[in-house]
Design a protein around this ligand. Structure first.
Ligand SMILES: Cc1ncc(COP(=O)(O)O)c(C=O)c1O
Length: 414
């Protein structure tokens, strides 16, 4: 039995089967590359679902974490610590907002936004007790907690977890007319991913986010943007909402905020929204801890330079161009994306998303399938163009694409 087989068998025997990982056991990683326990190298085209935007073992982030490890790592919020004010001030500034409520995981931050929106609804908007409604989009993914899966439309995510939390209205993603019809005087918030990640990198029709912004402003409803996966550089801007010139009322952030080192999430909003919380009304033992703040402060400093956003925009156009060429050969039935983030649907004649992911793994590329036919491509933003091109060449190889076919598409003969 190989080390890989032994470790996978032990994991299967002693862990709940909530995932079906590819049969690779990673031992180390650096930049856009991971090495498994057998010494094989893989290009990471998933980047921890955007948690690794800055790459594995990013020196600046590791140094920031190490320095903080030697100072103080946890105080709880029972006391102040000397990284907290800077973290909140600088994150609020990056978002163009006023206040921050730090948490740990993405789902916790979404729960926090739901609680904040409801409290704002009752205390500020004047919604009658217990009547608050939040409008969400079909196909959403906001996490795995009981309230969050209560407004999921994915049967697998929901089955046997009822009774579900009430107070959510689901409308089709991208449909402004449906959203307008769903908003009532008791609606406190619209909660959306500006680009739906887990659904397969679904980019809404142009004008949708701007339309949601206009509607929510008109109707005194909070626009809550879950930018946990889309935010912090991935789409070529700091936030995906920026592509439509939209500033929501609330940003929900996570994943890359922790630099791929530890879970760090936050709700960021104006004082009118986050000011509704009073001592004892919400909290988290680890939320806003010194280690989290030190790493996140470095993440914020890196984003402030704009270099990662620019890189995502530039490499992202290249990636999408190349994927469209691949679609032209008939292997893909759809290509979607923005920045260094793409979802492609594989023509079923060439296998399922899982088949393609497994074949890519054998050639040294790691991706993740979703919804049967789709694979997501989201490399760390530090990936080199050469490595990305190599990864794309492996994708063409597993889909049996001949160079001549690619040439025909490129020259418009196909
Ligand atoms: C948009 C979005 N929201 C929330 C979450 C949940 O984050 P976490 O897994 O850290 O709870 C995810 C995770 O994939 C996500 O993509």
């Amino acid at each position: 039995m190989s080390t890989t087989e032994r470790l996978i068998a032990a994991a299967e025997a002693h862990s709940a089967h909530t995932y079906r990982p590819l049969p690779v056991v990673v031992a180390t990683a650096d930049g856009a590359w991971m090495t498994d326990v057998e010494g094989r190298r893989y290009l990471d085209l998933l980047a921890g679902y955007s948690a690794l935007n800055f790459g594995h073992g990013n020196r600046r982030l590791v140094e920031a974490a190490k320095a903080q490890l030697e100072r103080v790592t946890l105080t709880s919020r029972a006391f102040h610590h000397d990284r907290f004010a800077a973290f909140c001030t600088e994150l609020a500034e990056l978002c163009g907002m006023e206040m921050v409520l730090p948490m740990n995981t993405g789902a916790e931050a979404v729960e926090t936004a739901v609680k904040g929106a409801r409290k704002w609804g009752y205390r500020i908007k004047g919604v009658p007790a217990e009547m608050a409604k939040i409008v969400v989009a079909g196909g959403n993914f906001h996490g795995r907690t009981t309230t969050v899966i209560s407004f999921s439309t994915d049967p697998e995510a929901r089955a046997d977890y009822g009774p579900y939390t009430p107070g959510f209205e689901i409308v089709p993603f991208g449909d402004l007319t449906a959203m307008r019809a769903a908003v009532t005087e008791n609606t406190v918030a619209v909660l959306l991913e500006p680009i739906q990640g887990e659904a397969g990198v679904l980019v809404p029709p142009a004008g949708y986010l701007a339309g949601v912004r206009e509607l929510t402003r008109e109707r005194n409803v909070l626009f809550v943007a879950d930018e946990i996966q889309s935010g912090l550089g991935r789409t070529g801007r700091t936030f995906a909402c920026e592509h439509e010139g939209v500033v929501p009322d609330v940003y929900v952030l996570g994943k890359a905020l922790g630099g791929g080192i530890l879970p760090v999430s936050a709700v960021v909003a104006g004082a009118e929204v986050l000011g509704v919380f009073r001592p004892g009304e919400h909290g988290s033992t680890f939320g806003g801890n010194p280690l989290a703040c030190a790493v996140a402060l470095e993440v914020i400093a890196m984003l402030r330079s704009g270099e990662y956003q620019a890189r995502a925009a530039e490499l992202g156009s290249h990636l999408l161009r190349e994927l469209r060429v691949l679609a032209g050969t008939g292997r893909l039935t759809a290509v979607r994306g923005r920045g260094l983030w793409a979802g492609v649907d594989i023509d079923p004649a060439y296998g399922t998303g899982r088949d393609v992911s497994e074949r890519l793994m054998e050639r040294g590329v790691l991706v993740k399938d979703t919804h049967g036919a789709t694979i997501r491509i989201a490399p760390p933003l530090v990936v080199s163009e050469e490595d990305l091109d190599w990864g794309l060449a492996q994708l063409r190889a597993v889909l049996d694409v001949e160079d001549a076919e690619v040439e025909e598409v490129r020259t418009g003969r196909r």
